[in-house]
Ligand binder design. Structure first.
Ligand code: S3P
Length: 440
């Protein structure tokens, strides 16, 4: 049995200082996947040593890839080449990680072996038809449960996949990446069109590994013609982890925080745009490019926020940051409205319902809608006991709310913070939040 972890937050305080949050989760997953398929040895620095990325790392070890580390964020991957993966002896257990399961389903559909992908309770409840349906039209054989969920039983169809020209019904980087990885093993040119821009780390990293991938407007194009050449990858800090500090410093008077070496890929910076529209004071310092990805230091100081209608085009660009943006909205004067974000209902938890329930316990006027939330902010936040429902980002968001609360907040079920940001409780304490963690 895993331990039950509770965060206890004393109200008030401010955030002050400089920190570097851990490596980007999306890029860490992809560094292992593509490094494993490359010819030669790939060195990764800044790798996220958290459960989700480690699940991907273990899966590739289970498929015969020799991987050294991680040690202080350094990983060395002895690539086996595009056709070098071996049949795993057991099921591949992917924990809480939707990215691992969805990307691997595409990559493994065209291998010369069978395998089974499993996950924890949350992952086993998440929709997988969004990947298995288009993969089936490519000729893949992947069985889900009757509900379209994991476990996924994959019968490898090496040499039998056909390219697809697919327009995604939802703006999902996981679906896009899944199909591009399958397209590396399919006959013909696979084309994936997105209804709105989503994170493009797969395309950028494939190009970094010298694998041809074209972009034609909103369509990414790939074929089986190509191989990956090993390279060195410096993973920047995860803007999704930085977001807790961007919001915390924005809502707590007297705050002044600098976040070093943060990835600011334009497909990820919706959180900065939304906070700035609300009146936040965020400076992007020393923008630079590291290994094909834009990086900068972010400087944020307290500034009173106001409620806004969140522009829908920013939703996919801030998809993981809404739990903490709801906390910003609770502190903002006036009404904040989010719509067009029904995807939040099928993340690690139903993030619309779980955040609305918790904010209401804390006395916030937060009304869930089918595809978003309406929050009338600016009133004092109270204390109380809320639950994260095992969702890492919910746990961290309610912790940040403590900066503006007038009584202690207890957050239950926080063990899964380890899936993306094990250092959260230490870093946030160093910068000034009075958080105590207990384990039972
Ligand atoms: C991710 C894509 C997003 C995001 C997830 C990571 C990725 O999911 O929410 O945390 O690494 O490709 P969707 O593609 O389902 O929106």
């Amino acid at each position: 049995m895993s331990k039950s972890i509770t965060f206890h937050i004393q109200p008030g305080g401010k955030l002050h200082g400089e920190t570097r949050v851990p490596g980007d989760k999306s890029m860490s997953h992809r560094s292992i996947m593509l490094g494993s398929l490359a010819d030669g040895v790939t060195h990764v620095t800044g790798f996220l040593e958290a459960e989700d990325a480690l699940a991907t790392l273990q899966a590739f070890r289970d498929m015969g890839v020799e991987i050294e580390g991680p040690t202080n964020g350094c990983v060395t991957i002895h690539g086996v080449g595009k056709h070098g993966l071996k049949e795993p002896k057991n099921e591949l257990y992917l924990g809480n990680s939707g990215t691992s399961m969805r990307l691997l389903s595409g990559l493994l559909a065209g291998q010369p072996f069978n395998c089974v992908l499993t996950g924890d309770k949350s992952l086993s409840g998440r929709p997988m038809k969004r990947v298995t349906d288009p993969l089936a039209t490519m000729g893949a054989d992947i069985k889900t449960t009757e509900n379209g969920t994991a476990p996924l039983h994959i019968t490898g169809k090496a040499g039998q996949l056909q390219a697809i020209d697919y327009t995604m019904p939802i703006a999902s980087a996981q679906v896009k990446s899944c199909l591009l990885l399958a397209g590396m093993y399919a006959q013909g040119e696979t084309r994936v069109t997105e209804p709105a821009p989503t994170r493009d780390h797969t395309e950028r990293m494939l190009a970094g590994f010298s694998y041809p991938v074209k972009r034609e407007g909103s369509t990414a194009v790939i074929s089986s013609e190509g191989s990956l050449k090993a390279m060195d990858i410096d993973v920047p800090s995860d803007i999704s982890s930085a977001a807790f500090f961007l919001v915390g410093a924005s809502i707590a008077p007297g705050s002044d925080v600098t976040l070093k070496h943060v990835g600011i890929n334009p497909t990820r910076t919706g959180v900065i745009d939304i906070l700035r529209l609300m009146g936040a004071n965020i400076e992007v310092l020393d923008p630079r490019e590291v290994g094909g990805e834009p990086v900068a230091d972010l400087h944020v100081v307290y500034s009173p926020l106001k409620g806004i209608d969140i522009p829908e085009h920013l939703v996919p660009l801030a998809i993981d940051e809404f739990p903490v943006l709801f906390v910003a909205a609770a502190c903002a004067e006036g009404q904040t409205r989010l719509s067009g974000a029904e995807e939040l209902r099928v993340k690690e938890s139903d993030r619309i319902q779980v955040m609305a329930d918790g904010l209401q316990i804390l006395g916030v006027d937060a009304q869930p809608t089918p595809d978003g939330m309406v929050i009338n902010g600016g009133r004092p936040i109270g204390g109380g006991v809320v639950t994260s429902h095992g969702d890492h980002r919910i746990a961290m968001s309610f912790s940040i709310a403590g900066l503006r609360a007038n009584a202690p907040i207890t957050v239950l079920d926080c063990a899964n913070v380890n899936t993306s940001f094990p250092e959260f409780k230490d870093l946030v304490k160093d910068l000034g939040l009075a958080l105590v963690c207990t384990e039972e």
